[in-house]
Design a protein around this ligand. Structure first.
Ligand SMILES: *[C@@H]1O[C@H](CO)[C@@H](O)[C@H](O)[C@H]1NC(C)=O
Ligand SMILES: *[C@@H]1O[C@H](CO)[C@@H](O)[C@H](O)[C@H]1NC(C)=O
Ligand SMILES: *[C@@H]1O[C@H](CO)[C@@H](O)[C@H](O)[C@H]1NC(C)=O
Length: 132
């Protein structure tokens, strides 16, 4: 059941905030079934729009389509691209993760300076789907 969503228009790449609290994998499945995918933030422009949309979230952070490929010490977008443009909170994203712990995914803080943070994938957060 979708309890709330906010559709951001203004471009052909639409961002939709889904206010359900799901794990990263559940969120990805939801986006793929109902929209296109969890959002990939390749540019400052999309990041600005993400910041605008997440202000309405009820969780402190919101899932992005960002996953950690631990053995390679790399972060990738679900679209397959390497992270070039980035907006990590200090200490997040840049230091290698512990590969013997739970896998890490990327989220954006919904308040404060709205930087990206690395979280264990079982955290339940709101999330942003993309749609063309
Ligand atoms: C999601 O979690 C937040 C923070 O814990 C809570 O305030 C909100 O009511 C939850 N939303 C749903 C739909 O369960
Ligand atoms: C990631 O960022 C958060 C929020 O600023 C901070 O609390 C946390 O300590 C950072 N993680 C690491 C490993 O530094
Ligand atoms: C990674 O986590 C494991 C299990 O908690 C721990 O034993 C190990 O010391 C950690 N490794 C690093 C590099 O922190």
């Amino acid at each position: 059941v979708v309890l709330g969503l906010f559709v951001e228009f203004g471009s052909s790449y639409k961002l939709i905030l889904i206010k359900e609290n799901l794990t990263w994998s559940e969120a990805m499945r939801y986006c793929r079934q109902n929209h296109v995918d969890l959002v990939s933030v390749h540019s400052e422009e999309i990041d600005r729009r993400v910041m605008n949309v997440v202000k309405r979230a009820s969780t402190a952070a919101v899932w992005l389509g960002l996953h950690n490929y631990c053995s390679m010490n790399m972060w990738l977008w679900l679209s397959g691209e390497i992270v070039c443009y980035q907006n990590w909170a200090p200490g997040n994203g840049t230091t290698p993760e512990n590969c013997s712990l739970e896998k890490r995914k990327g989220a954006v803080q919904s308040g404060g300076d709205q930087r990206w943070i690395s979280l264990p994938e079982s955290h339940k957060l709101s999330f942003i789907c993309s749609r063309y």
